[in-house]
Write a protein that binds this ligand. Sequence first.
Ligand SMILES: [Zn+2]
Length: 173
Amino acid sequence: MRSNKRYTNTTFTKRVDHEAGRHHTARAPREPAVCESCGAVYASRRWTAADADRGTREPEHWRPARLTTCPACKQKQSGNPGGYVHVEGAFVIAHRDEIERLLRNEAERASEDNPLGRIMDWKEDGDAKLTLATTTEHLAQRLGHALEKAYGGTVHYDFSHENKLARVKWCRN
Ligand SMILES: [Zn+2]
């Protein structure tokens, strides 16, 4: 029993040291950093949208920002969405502009909470159909909820936990 305990401790200590060193560099980007694609700013361990904080652009401890690519832009480039929103039904034909405006406004409001949640693709599929891809599962859900709240209809949420992918289907005829 004693030797067993000693063995466990040694293994545990070694592993922790090793991983702590590796994760430290991978998880904490140097600050401040700015995304060269969208202008989002990383400071105080969080991302802020480019046009948030108007008027406080140069805080007290301002120093030149390092250029990087934010996680949302990386995701856009890789083309792997976190969610899809399928919008369809006869209602869409007559109200397409209105629906598109609602979706864009809601995505903009959501970006105040999380600037990394974005619409990454927007596809019109005939008159009665619209498909959006989002960077996060959460934004897809939020857009589905906004449609239901504004126009009624039916909404279905479908999650694939393994792939971290949300499929939201909203329909009104
Ligand atoms: Zn970016």
